[in-house]
Ligand binder design. Structure first.
Ligand code: HSE
Length: 305
């Protein structure tokens, strides 16, 4: 038996649609996995939210099955999952389950796969919920910190440095945005001039992380491709973003496919002020919302006692 903690993650990070992501620190879900004799994958219990226990549907078992198929293993496993963040939040909840499951199963099998290989299995869980096997949540989930998917074919994932004073604030207004829908509304083609702006910002953000250049991180958090389309799905988006920036956020954008919004700050104090501000604005508007504040999580999924 093993108990693991699998962090929540934020994909895209503004300009890096489907390629950039980072893990949160101490915010995520727990999973207990144990071997069983009958060769089945069974979800015994999901605590916190009403999610499918069908092993062909739940991302944890879909990802675990992908690993077992590749290993040629007929070993069975039982799963108990404790979720803390609502599904459809944009905080990588499906990825937390996929990554947690493959990590745990790999440990119980005696580690036949490297962490990089686990990313490909966890991506199968993402495919089950969003029709596309994107890696920008599961990569930081498994590897921790910031990650960049330099290439999908072949898969090439880079880990990026985490500046010490970088904090993140998140607000999750309680409207559900399905990743499949949020992907469907995007345009399939991008103007060259727009693409130029976007890849300039991706390069700037990566450089900002390497240099711990907080201003550069902030001014690179500009998304001219995805944010203008997806923000219409998020109540009060423009207003909350403008308030966060006015309060000292380095930058602010949509977490993953939304509806959560995240803001980067230099230091805990600004991050906490922005958290209160975001909470008050949604409270005033009568929209139920949950807020979080965290450092960037340097470790990915891990065993806990
Ligand atoms: N990169 C994916 C998207 C992340 O934006 O659709 C989904 O959480």
């Amino acid at each position: 038996m093993i108990k693991v903690f699998s962090p929540s993650t934020v994909a895209n990070v503004g300009c890096g649609y489907d390629v950039l992501g980072f893990a949160l620190d101490g915010i995520g879900e727990e999973m207990i996995v144990s071997k069983r004799e009958d060769g089945q994958l069974v979800i015994d219990e999901i605590i916190g939210f009403d999610l499918p226990k069908d092993p062909k549907v739940n991302t944890a078992t879909v990802a675990a099955q992908a690993l077992l198929d590749d290993a040629g293993s007929k070993q069975g496993f039982s799963f108990t999952i404790t979720k803390t963040i609502n599904p459809g939040s944009g905080m990588g909840t499906s990825a937390s389950s996929s990554a947690g499951a493959v990590f745990a199963v790999n440990e119980l099998l005696g580690r036949p796969f490297t962490v990089d290989q686990l990313v490909t299995f966890a991506m199968e869980g993402e495919k089950a919920v969003s029709k596309k096997a994107h890696a920008d949540n599961v990569a930081p989930n498994l590897l921790g910190g910031f990650t960049l998917v330099r290439s999908y074919e072949p898969l090439d994932i880079l880990t990026l440095p985490v500046p010490d004073e970088l904090w993140v604030t998140l607000v999750h207004p309680q409207v559900e945005v399905k990743t499949t829908d949020a992907k469907k509304i995007l345009k399939k083609q991008v103007d060259l001039a727009v693409a130029v702006q976007q890849w300039g910002n991706v390069g700037g953000l990566v450089s900002g992380l390497y240099e711990s250049d907080y201003d550069l991180i902030g001014r690179s958090m500009v998304d001219v491709i995805v944010e203008p389309i997806r923000k219409i799905l998020i109540p009060l988006y423009d207003e909350v973003k403008a308030q966060a920036i006015a309060e000292g956020a380095l930058g602010c954008s949509i977490a993953g496919s939304g509806p959560s919004i995240f803001a980067f700050s230099r230091g805990e104090e600004t991050a906490s002020r922005i958290k209160s501000l975001m909470q008050s604005r949604y409270d005033e508007a009568g929209v139920l919302a949950y807020t979080y504040r965290s450092r960037i999580g340097k470790s990915g999924v891990r065993e806990i006692k």
